[in-house]
Design a protein around this ligand. Structure first.
Ligand code: 1CP
Length: 322
């Protein structure tokens, strides 16, 4: 999940000042930041240090990540002419830094590396709104008022995701995750009509690569059936949906990833431990479960708490396995 590094004191000296895109673009720094939580916490997988907007950034659209804010575009996407600013990318040139980062990581990592990309709706939300948005009014308005242009934008973003994920797997990523963080802002019917076909296209392309796929969004309780049907092997669930409900809504067809509320990790350890045990109990020993937070780590989280969460999940898992 995003921002695991922000809870670690060792993150800041390596990340440096300015936009994180500079650190992402530097294979030595990006590899080191990817390794830090693995060393510190002993987690079972690493997530590549990059961002969902990296492919849009290399395409030359004009996007930056402002510290303390998130992705921002000086000239947001408004009209068909803006499609030209989303030029198709050539991974051997445009993503050479990412390939190099992954190659360094595969040498060093004791655990599998998760590559990732942003799904079309969530990326379009940044491109059309121009910055993080609460209501997503501008992007929803474009979707409804000009479905033809919306479709062309999403098709372009789906191609970008496919190119990026394919390059990540070729370089050594063992798993890929598709982040549609803001899809939960949509009515299920709008998701079905305007968004699902493009995420499905990405996941179908991944099926040919032979690596497991994870599909995640926040607030997706009413979309879980469609998230499961979109074609991933694993569906990420935030903390608002109990795992048994998620299992019912996904029809048991996928594994589930989640879903400890990251905000609860600020509580005293005994409360955190009880919540970890509750998530495990809700899973009820089902083999299709990847324990995770329901969203990114809050920056004020004590690293010691996260280390203890990992240890507790490992201990309980071993006890369960007998
Ligand atoms: O934890 C890690 O370092 C893993 C690498 C990672 C990942 C998986 C980063 C680095 N970003 C992401 C994915 C990402 N980026 C998502 C999907 C997952 C999620 O929902 O959290 C999203 C929505 C973004 C967009 C983004 N980038 C935001 C959100 C803004 C909003 O709309 O609220 C922010 C704040 C960023 C900046 C960013 N990206 C990554 C980090 C560590 C940061 C924090 C800022 C920094 O250190 O400068």
């Amino acid at each position: 999940m995003r921002q695991a590094g922000r809870s670690l004191p060792e993150y800041f000296p390596v990340r440096g000042e300015g936009t994180i895109l500079d650190a992402i673009n530097d294979p030595d720094r990006a590899a080191e930041i990817t390794l830090q939580p693995v060393r510190r916490y002993g987690v079972d997988a690493a997530i590549l240090f990059s961002d969902i907007v990296t492919p849009v950034w290399v395409s030359g659209f004009g996007i930056d990540i402002t510290p303390g804010v998130g992705p921002e575009c000086e000239r947001p996407f408004r009209a068909a002419a803006d499609l030209d600013r989303l030029r198709p990318i050539d991974p051997s040139a445009d993503l050479a830094f990412q390939t190099k980062t992954i190659e360094l990581l595969v040498e060093e990592l004791p655990v599998p590396l998760i590559g990732f990309a942003g799904a079309p709706f969530t990326l379009a939300a940044y491109l059309v709104e121009g910055r993080p948005s609460r209501d997503h009014g501008t992007v929803k308005s474009l979707m409804l008022s000009d479905p033809e242009l919306w479709g062309r934008l999403c098709a372009r973003l789906a191609d970008l995701a496919i190119t990026t994920l394919t390059a990540q797997v070729a370089a050594g990523a063992a798993v890929v995750q598709l982040f549609d963080s803001w899809a939960g802002a949509l009515h299920p019917e709008h998701y079905r009509r305007f968004v699902a076909p493009y995420s499905e296209r990405i996941l179908a392309a991944m099926a040919d690569l032979g690596v497991p796929t994870i599909h995640f969004g926040l607030n997706t309780s009413e979309l879980l059936d469609q998230f499961a049907a979109a074609g991933a092997d694993v569906v990420g669930v935030d903390w608002r949906t109990p795992l048994p409900v998620a299992r019912e809504r996904t029809g048991g067809s996928v594994a589930l990833q989640g879903n400890l509320d990251p905000a609860l990790c600020l509580a005293p350890w005994e409360s955190v431990a009880a919540e970890v045990r509750r998530v495990l109990a809700e899973n009820g020993g089902h083999p299709g479960h990847i324990f995770n937070l329901g969203h990114g780590v809050l920056p004020q989280t004590d690293p010691e708490t996260l280390g203890r969460v990992v240890e507790l999940v490992h201990d309980e898992g071993r006890a369960e396995a007998g």
